[in-house]
Structures are given as structure tokens and as C-alpha cells.
Design a protein around this ligand. Structure first.
Ligand code: 5GP
Length: 211
């Protein structure tokens, strides 16, 4: 098996429940996965903590991270900046953990361009009505922001074909297991196992010579 972890991007419409799914995945398999914590200029929602859900920073701090090239990617979403700090992601991949970036589509495509072997997953609720209900029931955003997020969801739906897998979040536990299987199966791809394959070939060559 390949020792280095896989970079996994998980996107999905705002309110698709991907945060809950990722939290559960990490709880069930803490040794396999690492979740990247993004920086954002959005204000924390009630219950969100600096360094847990996000690193909440000012616009000036965020722009300074861009200049320092401390971010793998960044994008604007409904009036705020969001970006992925580079250092943690690289460290965890080296340790062999599969690193999950829960980011929107523009960022996902930038990551894929820089790191073509990134696995892209898209998570969706079963239908659009469900999406609206989840956003409204969350009760943390104004009507205008909910409308902007639904509008953005419509735009993002046009880009789903860029992703490798489309997973429907109907039942939380089933969805967690499906995401886990997809990522773990990815480790078995021939293209991700060149080093092991070359090793076995070299050994076989020696055996064939009678060594
Ligand atoms: P929210 O404000 O609901 O937490 O996130 C809004 C959107 O920004 C979500 O689609 C989320 O996946 C995305 N997002 C979170 N962090 C990042 C990031 O580091 N980079 C990018 N490009 N998008 C992000």
C-alpha cells in the first residue's frame, strides 16, 4: 500500500450536512483521517470556536496569508474569504493520513489543478427542497444570506461533473460508511501503488534469475 495519504476534497451545497458527516467520519476513524481547518473572514456562528471549526481572521490577516503563500488555495464565498492553510495538510499527508478539505467548488478545482491525484467528492441532500429546509432550520443566517447561499448552490450544481464521486446524504451513518469506502478503495488504485509494484517487479526479476 502507498504510505502517503490521499488528499480528499469534499464539497457540497451549503446545508448539505457535509460538516456533520466529516465530524462523524473523524470520530469513527481518528487514525486514518485528518481534517484541515480553514481560515475565513466570516464571523463565527453561535457555538463555533476559533481553531476548531475555522481560524477566524480579519481581512488584513487573510490577505497577509495570501501574500506569504501560506494557503494551498482560497476563494470568495457569499462575501467572505475562505482558504486552506498549507502546512498542516502537507504534514498530515506525509504522516500517511488521508487529509480532508471541506471546501467549495472554486477551491476544489484549484486544488485538483495543483495536485491532480486529489480525490473529489460531492455530497448532496436527496433533493433541493431538503436543502432549503436545512438552511432555514439551522436558523443562523438571515433571509438574504440564505437566498445568496441557495443561489450559490444553483451555480455549484453546474460544476458537479468535475467531481469523481457524487454521494447522497440521506442517512448519516450510511453516508459516512460510503465516504469511508470510497476513500479507502482509492488506496488500491494501480496509479497510487507504483513504488510497491516496482519493488515486487525487482524482486521477481531476481527470483527469475535464480537468486
Ligand atoms: P460556511 O460559511 O457555511 O462554513 O462555508 C461556506 C462554504 O465555504 C462551504 O461550501 C465550505 O465548504 C467552503 N469552505 C470552507 N473552507 C474553505 C476553504 O478553505 N476554501 C474554500 N475554497 N472553501 C471553503
Amino acid at each position: 500500500m502507498d504510505k502517503k495519504g490521499i488528499l480528499v476534497v469534499v464539497s457540497g451545497f451549503s446545508g448539505a450536512g457535509k460538516g456533520t458527516i466529516m465530524k462523524q467520519l473523524l470520530e469513527e476513524y481518528p487514525d486514518r483521517y485528518a481534517l484541515s481547518i480553514s481560515a475565513t473572514t466570516r464571523k463565527p456562528r453561535p457555538g463555533e470556536n476559533h481553531g476548531r471549526e475555522y481560524f477566524f481572521v480579519s481581512k488584513a490577516e487573510f490577505e497577509e496569508m495570501i501574500v506569504r503563500e501560506a494557503l494551498i488555495e482560497y476563494a470568495q464565498y457569499v462575501g467572505n474569504y475562505y482558504g486552506t492553510p498549507r502546512e498542516y495538510v502537507c504534514q498530515q499527508l506525509e504522516k500517511g493520513k488521508d487529509v480532508i478539505l471541506e471546501i467549495e467548488i472554486q477551491g476544489a478545482l484549484k486544488v485538483k489543478e495543483k495536485y491532480p491525484d486529489t480525490l473529489l467528492l460531492f455530497i448532496s441532500p436527496p433533493g433541493a427542497g431538503e436543502l432549503k429546509n436545512r438552511l432555514v432550520n439551522r436558523g443562523t443566517e438571515s433571509k438574504a444570506v440564505i437566498e445568496s447561499r441557495l443561489n450559490r448552490a444553483w451555480q455549484e450544481a453546474q460544476g458537479v461533473e468535475n467531481y469523481d464521486y457524487f454521494v447522497i446524504n440521506d442517512d448519516l451513518e450510511e453516508c459516512v460508511q460510503e465516504v469511508h469506502s470510497i476513500i479507502q478503495n482509492e488506496h488500491a488504485r494501480v496509479a497510487r501503488n507504483h513504488a510497491v509494484i516496482e519493488n515486487i517487479r525487482a524482486e521477481l526479476k531476481d527470483f527469475a534469475k535464480g537468486d
